[in-house]
Design a protein around this ligand. Structure first.
Ligand code: HEC
Length: 296
């Protein structure tokens, strides 16, 4: 019993430190779930995602672990269609999916060179990507006049502006963020006063009141985001917000495919492996019965 308690308390401590870490990183919004497709719908989604990628991303981000013909085969795109419509940075269908982005110059342009995205769906995760692509908003203070609510101060321009248009945070969101910033300011100045020998009791009360405020306002922000009231369009794009979201699902599905091209085969194979194990268990059982029948 004692041992079990000890184990439990270790888990509890680990849990506490994880949640402390999570709150340190601050609130990341939007954090919407991405719809899940399968079968034919998934294939069509990946095809469309590849089209979005080739037209908007390939100039900056290579996918250098993948070849065009492999994508064509897996995504059921004919090689002619691939060569004529989706290959802008290579000539041969057997080429790796690279581009000609000069790394050193790119670092100068963007602050960071655009990374290869072959494995991005594994190093980040699909939900993060889905929200990142939908998280660009107007911010005059940034070099490209946009910021990203999921990846703060990102060096990437809003590559999908033509499709999405430009969105801004809603007034409600801006108000809440202001309140949170003020509360953080209150905490900082009260902490400083404590350090300088101020009245602890009173100052601690100010701090806990401010923390409470932050907690409450963050919950309101999360609620606004859930209701789709985090951003508002200030300039329309070619796609409606619904169509844009759906195109982003496609884009992420494509990146997920690129991150593990045999994922679907692996899953399909799993069923056969399980069936084989079941079948083999039955055979082994019958065999055992046969061998032992004379012993008893
Ligand atoms: C004009 C060049 C450019 C274009 C076009 C572009 N990006 Fe980027 N992207 C960048 C740069 C530069 C960064 C690195 C930003 C940073 O780390 O601050 C980046 C970062 C990213 C990241 C985050 C990588 C990480 O560190 O986790 C993802 C994901 C991404 N881009 C996806 C895309 C997709 C998908 C498209 C097409 C819709 C696209 N990018 C179009 C330049 C570009």
């Amino acid at each position: 019993m004692k041992k079990r308690l000890k184990v439990l308390s270790i888990f509890a401590a680990a849990g506490l430190s994880v949640s402390a870490f999570a709150s340190e990183g601050g609130l990341v919004l939007p954090n919407d779930e991405m719809p899940n497709y399968s079968e034919h719908r998934l294939t069509m989604s990946m095809q469309n995602g590849m089209q979005v990628y080739m037209n908007n991303c390939m100039g900056c981000h290579s996918l250098k672990f993948q070849r065009y013909n492999r994508s064509a085969k897996d995504l059921q795109i004919s090689e002619d269609l691939m060569i004529n419509n989706l290959m802008f940075t290579s000539e041969k269908i057997g080429d790796l999916m690279t581009n000609n982005m000069p790394t050193a110059a790119a670092e100068k342009w963007f602050g960071t060179a655009p990374p290869d995205l072959s494995l991005i769906a594994r190093s980040r995760n699909p939900q993060w990507l889905y929200n990142y692509f939908r998280g660009f908003y107007a911010d005059e203070s940034r070099p490209y006049q946009v910021n990203n609510s999921v990846f703060k101060d990102v060096g990437m321009p809003h590559a999908l502006e033509a499709l999405q248009g430009i969105q801004d945070k809603t007034e409600e969101v801006k108000g809440l963020e202001n309140d949170i910033a003020y509360a953080h300011g209150d905490i900082a100045s009260a902490s400083q006063k404590i350090k300088d020998g101020g009245k602890k009791g009173e100052l601690n009360k100010i701090i806990s009141e401010a923390e409470h405020q932050i907690h409450e306002k963050e919950a309101q922000l999360a609620e606004l985001s859930r209701q789709g009231k985090y951003f508002t369009l200030i300039k329309e794009g070619q796609l409606s917000p619904q169509d844009f979201d759906s195109a982003m699902v496609d884009l992420v599905n494509f990146l997920e495919y690129i991150g593990e091209p045999i994922k679907r085969e692996r899953k399909g194979m799993g069923v056969y492996v399980l069936l084989f194990i079941l079948f083999f268990t039955a055979v082994a059982y019958l065999l055992k019965k046969e061998y032992w029948k004379d012993v008893h």
